[in-house]
Design a protein around this ligand. Sequence first.
Ligand SMILES: Nc1ncnc2c1ncn2[C@@H]1O[C@H](COP(=O)(O)OP(=O)(O)OP(=O)(O)O)[C@@H](O)[C@H]1O
Length: 233
Amino acid sequence: MFLEVRELSAGYGQGRVLHGVDLDLPAGGALTLLGRNGVGKTTLVSTLAGLLPPTGGRVLLDGQDVTGWQPHRLARAGVALVPQGRRVWPALTVQEHFALATRHGGRIWPQERVFQLFPRLGQRRRHFAGQLSGGEQQMLAIGRALATDPQVVLMDEPSEGLAPVVVDHVADALRAMVQAGLTLLLVEHDLHLALDAAQEVAVMVRGRIAHRCPTAEFRQDLPTMQKLLGVAA
Ligand SMILES: Nc1ncnc2c1ncn2[C@@H]1O[C@H](COP(=O)(O)OP(=O)(O)OP(=O)(O)O)[C@@H](O)[C@H]1O
């Protein structure tokens, strides 16, 4: 599914955060969105998931104008969000998360296919989400998104707070998702995961896309990386 974002603006109350974002994501493409804290990455992902109404611009999915659609309608159109902080339901079991998510899905990604991707989740299918480790909760958040049979997956900081070995599991899952043909927009601070998972990198500066290039090129271009991200590469 081809995602086109045109001159998108959004914010909170009077405060504008997105100042005309232009972004194309081809069907089956995987792009990582980088940027310093507070530039608007989560705001963009939230707006694309329908959680925040845009104040201007347009969003198109396979050419269809979906600007301002509510989250459930976007979900049915094939857009899934793996939110920052996972946001699983502590009092529901792993299986109950899937039961809810598969009400309108579960054909392409039935529960057992997700458990093949995350065997640990299968072993813990009867556990409450609140009993799971951070890594297991992240797997659940990804699995819950997949269970809706999405075509576009928006992921916000999936490695946040996870041990390196768990981040490796997340990286495996992202590769499997890309191989399965999903269109992926990833917000990620962990540069290793960010550059491993995606073919392309976009850098956001003050609510706009300031730079975009293939991942391999970005790896070679340390001065640009340092300048845009303010990191020691
Ligand atoms: N719910 C909110 N209400 C008001 N302002 C907010 C809200 N969420 C974020 N902001 C502000 O919007 C701006 C962009 O925040 P956003 O979370 O989109 O940035 P980010 O690039 O994702 O940052 P980070 O990398 O720290 O997650 C920041 O100035 C932030 O303080």
